[in-house]
Design a binder for this molecule. Structure first.
Ligand code: BGC
Length: 406
């Protein structure tokens, strides 16, 4: 597991003692167990991870997990961070959790400080999937295991596993919703659609886009569906940093240029909820038509749940973050126990949610990364209560305000 700094025999003896004292723990994450090392006491722990030097990589009996998240601006990463931290801590691991403010350099220095802070395992959601290769290689060279969480880490052979939702299916669900809401199969009229896709440096964005476009292609080709702006390609419809403002501004320009009075827009296929918020704002301010425009999304962010209830957004694709973190933690514990997890992890964990093991689809440019993929679901006004609230993922407080349960 950890690099041993051969300083004194005492350390080696401590190491042996601590691994002998390890107790495999049954856990709710899965049925796998990890050889637990007792946590460091307050005196033993470095005052801050930044202060700890490379010498902190002495195996001191701790199991340290570094969690590097992209930013706190988008609702979901706040929940992911909390879920992952809590689950790993419950399993006796020490956690270093950092948010990179959507800055590549900050994320690189966060990961460096995790390496210096003695991390055994890194769980990373990249700001830019292709920008971390050298720091990942550094981690790998020190024996640290790496899980790409939700977003694939690109162009690096150092990545061990990937945990995510089936990203292609997210786009398929959004497109299927549009097809059914606009009754494209039966209608003889041409309907109009615009695309608002995600951040091109996020590898997921292309999967969402491809799933949607492949599903809509028969209708785009037959002319049943038309994109009046003519902006249909991945890059020209993309939204840097998944920004609500950028999505809003782009759609406002499109509405003013291509949808004057009497030109009807039927749907805006938005890749996620932050872009959907931008789209609904643009429609409110700059769309002249009287029809309600179909708007898709992804994540079930609280603001968007309200939007769906109010009829401004039509659907979202829900990915239970708690379940995604459960898979990442079970996988992490298995790797830390020196296992080589595969499909069997799913069988033995007995999760109540769908999860598949995929060894073909996620090529990061250096190798195919074995992936655990969960299954997203469509949420509309009609099933929102049942799928989000009855399941306990969301709740309402005493004043009736919706919140995500942590
Ligand atoms: C995630 C989405 C999220 C988007 C923006 C993607 O990588 O899969 O759930 O909406 O990033 O943060």
């Amino acid at each position: 597991m950890k690099k041993i700094n051969f300083i004194t025999i005492t350390i080696i003896i401590n190491l042996l003692l601590s691994s002998c004292a390890s107790t495999p723990m049954a856990n709710e994450i899965g049925t796998n167990t990890v050889a637990q090392k007792p946590s460091a006491t307050a005196e033993e722990a470095p005052q801050s991870y930044e202060q700890s030097s490379a010498n902190a990589r002495i195996d001191d009996g701790r199991t340290v997990v570094g969690i590097s998240m992209p930013d706190k601006l988008l609702e979901r990463w706040n929940h992911d961070g909390i879920f992952l931290k809590e689950h790993f801590e419950k399993e006796g691991c020490e956690v270093i959790l950092k948010y990179a403010d959507n800055l590549i350099d900050t994320q690189i220095s966060d990961i460096r400080s995790m390496i210096d802070g003695g991390a055994d395992l890194l769980v990373i959601t990249a700001v830019d999937g292709a920008a971390l290769s050298s720091v990942l290689d550094k981690a790998k060279s020190q024996g640290i295991k790496i899980i790409a969480y939700d977003r694939l880490l690109m162009n690096s052979p150092s990545v061990d596993y990937y945990v995510s939702y089936d990203n292609y299916k997210v786009g398929v669900l959004q497109a299927e919703y549009v097809i059914s809401a606009l009754r494209l199969e039966k209608s003889s009229q041409t309907k109009t659609i615009e695309f608002v896709t995600g951040d091109p440096v996020d590898n997921n964005a292309r999967y969402f886009y491809q799933g949607a476009v492949d599903t809509l292609m028969p209708y785009l080709e037959s002319g049943k569906l038309s994109v009046l702006s003519n902006q249909q390609g991945f890059y020209e419809t993309s939204t840097a940093q998944w920004s609500t403002d950028i999505a809003q501004q782009r759609l406002q320009i499109i509405l003013n240029s291509y949808y004057p009075e009497n030109v009807r827009l039927d749907a805006v296929l938005c890749a996620n909820d932050s872009t959907a918020l931008g789209a609904t704002r643009a429609l409110e301010s700059d769309y002249n038509g009287q029809n309600s425009v179909v708007v898709t999304g992804q994540d079930a962010d609280v603001a968007n749940i309200y939007s769906i209830i109010e009829g401004k957004q039509s659907m979202t694709v829900f990915k239970a973050l708690r379940d995604e973190s459960v898979v990442a933690v079970a996988l992490g514990l298995s790797i830390l126990s020196d296992e080589t997890p595969d499909a069997e992890l799913i069988t033995r964990s007995g999760w109540k949610f769908e999860c598949s093991y995929n060894t073909t689809d996620y090529d990061n440019g250096s190798k195919i990364i074995p992936s655990y993929l969960l299954s997203p679901i469509t949420i509309t006004k009609d099933n929102l209560e049942k799928e989000l609230f009855d399941t306990g993922y969301y709740a309402r407080n005493g004043s009736g305000l919706i919140y995500a349960v942590e």
